[in-house]
Design a protein. Structure first.
Length: 379
């Protein structure tokens, strides 16, 4: 297989530069040659806004706003692409629909033998679409240099596709190393959430009431599991109202959820009353659902009371709690297993103003040690 050089790739890169799209690219673990190739062809300033290589785990965590379950994965590539899109929006005043975020992560041959497969994941993100491709390379068939060539070519092809170049095709390295592909063209409501043009998208089962929810259950639901269902059942019985699950695409520190991720999580919540929002904080959630009771775990309510989540400013924290109270919202607090203990509201210390907004579900009424993180990691 030929390497990334001006000879085979220059025409494609020239088309990328002339496409009118503005790009931010991020790559980790391999594939950095694609970034070099893009920058080596004249005209790169017309397309490339920024190119970064967050190689160390700490650098990748900083790029994404927190640690990942697995550095080389389809999901991490998508998250990197979304982080890249957000940077593109920050660096460019171009029409948002001309911006693209590219993310790539690879696990390639190294000086140390790898127990897992050698693979490449590359993704692109726009205001309307998420695309990710994955390829598992035949282990031991190539040198590191040759695998870098494969990764770079695949990334350049995904960049070309993102730029709407008609001839762009993401091709398999060999017939025995197929390309796996996932993509999601977003409904208009999702794009408006991503771009901040709206704050809420309601998805209800057929025949469900459209009335403002009295109980809102915020969560990542990654994945949705029996513990979530039992919490909702306990709350519905106790408060005498149906539960609406709230999935926020926005996070205080992390990039927004991409469209494939949103689709996956909503599939897990199929048949439930769901609010899809961009309300990253409880103050924002309270503004959307005044008078609602929020279902939270004891670990979450402890975080809500900590100054470090308000830039270490107690006055900011107290103002946030006062605003939640002003909106007439409360918290129904369930016990959670963390730090090797099952803790309820009675076991933690929180500010008095927050405690006044809380009601406890005792362990006798609910105890479930399952967690989404444990399900993902197998712990």
């Amino acid at each position: 297989m030929s390497g990334v050089s001006s000879s085979p790739h220059e025409p494609l890169i020239e088309e990328i530069h002339a496409s009118g799209k503005r790009l931010v690219l991020s790559a980790t673990g391999g594939g950095s040659r694609a970034l070099s190739a893009l920058l080596s062809v004249p005209g790169a300033s017309a397309s490339v806004l920024e190119a970064v290589v967050p190689y160390a785990p700490q650098a990748l965590a900083e790029w994404l706003g927190g640690p990942v379950d697995q550095a080389c994965s389809e999901r991490t590539a998508r998250a990197m692409a979304m982080a890249s899109l957000q940077r593109a929006r920050a660096w460019s005043d171009s029409d948002t629909h001309l911006l693209r975020g590219i993310g790539a992560t690879a696990s390639l041959a190294s000086t140390r033998p790898k127990h897992g497969p050698h693979r490449v994941h590359a993704a692109w993100q726009s205001a309307t679409k998420t695309v990710v491709v994955s390829c598992e390379l035949t282990k031991g068939a190539r040198t590191r240099d040759e695998e870098e060539q494969v990764a770079a070519r695949l990334i350049l092809e995904i960049v070309a596709e993102a730029c709407d170049i008609e001839s762009a095709t993401v091709s398999a390295p060999t017939p025995h190393e197929p390309i796996e592909r996932r993509e999601k063209l977003a409904p208009g409501e999702w794009s408006e959430l991503l771009l901040g043009k709206s704050q809420l998208c309601v998805q209800l089962p057929s025949g469900a009431s459209t009335a403002q929810p009295k109980i809102l259950f915020p969560g990542a639901f990654h994945p949705f599991h029996d513990g979530h269902r039992k919490m909702a059942e306990v709350a519905a019985r106790r408060l005498g109202a149906p539960v609406t699950f709230e999935l926020s695409i926005a996070n205080v520190d992390k990039p927004p959820l991409d469209f494939v991720e949103i689709d996956d999580r909503l599939r897990g919540l199929a048949g439930q009353r769901v609010w899809l929002t961009r309300a990253a904080t409880f103050v924002e959630k309270a503004a959307l659902a005044p008078g609602a009771t929020f279902l939270v775990g004891a670990d979450t309510i402890e975080r809500i009371g900590q100054e470090r989540y308000y830039a270490n400013d107690a006055a900011r924290r107290d103002a946030a709690l006062a605003e939640i109270a002003r909106q007439g919202c409360r918290f129904l607090v369930f016990g959670r297993q963390w730090d090797e203990r099952f803790r309820t509201l009675s076991d933690i210390e929180i500010p008095p103003d927050l405690a006044a907004l809380c009601d406890e579900v005792p362990a006798a009424a609910f105890r479930e040690d399952i967690s989404s993180t444990g399900l993902r990691t197998g712990d």
